[in-house]
Design a binder for this molecule. Sequence first.
Ligand SMILES: [Zn+2]
Length: 175
Amino acid sequence: MAGKRLTAGVLVALAPLAAQLLVTPHAGAAAVTTLYYSSSDAADYVSQIDQAAANWNNAVSDVKLVKGSGGATIVVHETDDGQGSYTSTDGHGHGQVYIDKQQVAEGFDVTRIAAHELGHNLGLPDDYDGPCSELMSGHGPGTSCTNAVPDAGEAAQVTENFAGGFAPAAPRVAR
Ligand SMILES: [Zn+2]
C-alpha cells in the first residue's frame, strides 16, 4: 500500500570516489572526520535525529556526527508536502535533509528515516529492495520496519567513503 509519494526518496549521485582523489589518504591510524549537523529546523524530530546520529556514531569509527547549529554542513528540515523524505547532498558530509511529516503520519519510523537520510550524506545509495536490516532499504520494507541502525556492510562502506577525510565534493542535487 505504499503511496506513490513514498517512492520519493532521493537518488544520490555518489561523489566520494572523486573526493578521495583530491586528498592524500591519512597514513597510519584512521583519522576521525567530524561532521556537524543541525536539527533546529526540524523541531518535532530533534530526539529522533539525535538518536539516528548516535546510531551512526556507534557503527562507524572514522566519522563522528556532532550536533551544532553553527557551521553545520548537514541541515535537517521538516516538511509537510507529502513528497516523501529526501536529501540533497554531495554524499560526503554536506547536505540538506527533509523529513516529510506526512510520511511520518503514515507510520514510517522517524528515527529510521533520519538515519537513512544521514546515510545519503555519508555516501550511501538507496537499496529499496534490501531487507529491513539495512538502513538504505528505506521505505521498501514498509512501515513495520523500524530498524534505525546500519548493517555491517553499510558501516564498512561509510568507513571506506571517509578514509580520505572530509574533502568537499562538488554539490549535486538529486531527488
Ligand atoms: Zn534514500
